[in-house]
Design a protein around this ligand. Sequence first.
Ligand SMILES: Nc1ncnc2c1ncn2[C@@H]1O[C@H](COP(=O)(O)OP(=O)(O)OP(=O)(O)O)[C@@H](O)[C@H]1O
Ligand SMILES: [Mg+2]
Length: 345
Amino acid sequence: MEEKNDDVQPPPAGKVVGIIFNCKRGTNQALPDAEAEYDSMDTVYAIRDVFADAGLQTVLLECDETLPQALQNTHIDIAFNIAEGRSGRGREAEAPALLNLLGIPFTGSDETALCIALDKALCKKLLSAYHIRTPRFRVISSDKDVRLGGLRVPVIVKPNAEGSSKGIPDACVASSEAEFKELVRRELRLYGGPVLAEEYIPGREFTVGLLGNGETLRVFPPMEIVFRGNTNGDYQVYSYGVKQAYTKYVRYECPARLDSKTEEKMIRTARRVYRALGCCDFARVDFRLTEDGTLYFIEINPLPGLAPGYSDYPMLAEFAGVSYRELVLSVLRAGMRRYGLETVQ
Ligand SMILES: Nc1ncnc2c1ncn2[C@@H]1O[C@H](COP(=O)(O)OP(=O)(O)OP(=O)(O)O)[C@@H](O)[C@H]1O
Ligand SMILES: [Mg+2]
């Protein structure tokens, strides 16, 4: 099912690439996962080194209140956007919207796709129009509305608009209504909400990487996140703690052991989600598969983590024979092509 593209050539030397990011500052000691979504400077430097090695000039730009001025004072040909933004469900739109306003090309999805993907409930509603199966859910925004409202336990409780398993602690799946209320109240207190309460889907977990656009969109073979046992009480969750100590709790299998029909369905669904949202250049889609073979879409990450040796997206690319360097350059080239900054070879 894999499709090849020819993005392995380095982009034209001499272009100036602005890397836009939010980096971990370590200022919130109370919540260990407060900056889970942000990148470490090691990741930013790894991306910069790839570009520098390919003969490109780079500028590092932090996505904060200095960004509008910095973009007006610095010439860049294209932005390589990995910024998570500051706050709220629209935070990932901050950099792309500003870049659009200033007429600066950028890699990755636009502000609309990023916003819809980050708001998990909104994304699920959109995908229901495409008949893509996702777990039943409720959004809870206030202490006054903490009820199951027809959901069947077990129910997983997570922030509606976060990633990197921020707000998904060790205790995140409720087996009873009382436990559910406790978990939702905790989540609202610590992370502010809205909270997404979703029926917990037991079964195997997979993630699928996409790279490129249109006819040359490439889907990497699905990677299974194989749990070594229960991780969160009686359940298996790729939670914050599990991701932090992943070697202890999970192993990765790529290509995943799947019959060809299921694999095709997973790849086709990932592709449909990517297109439904109008994603560009790259993304990662998470799935659960029940014992009876029912496939559930969990979420899409149009700004998948790029931490070398840690993030799932570079890992599954590596399994498909695409090195970190090739991957980062391919994302850049995909973006450049969309803007006509480079001729297709
Ligand atoms: N409905 C569900 N049923 C079973 N497990 C779930 C469900 N929703 C989430 N999970 C578990 O929790 C993990 C994290 O959930 P999710 O992918 O929604 O969060 P995230 O913070 O956006 O993750 P990412 O790091 O991919 O950005 C999943 O990988 C899966 O293990
Ligand atoms: Mg996920």
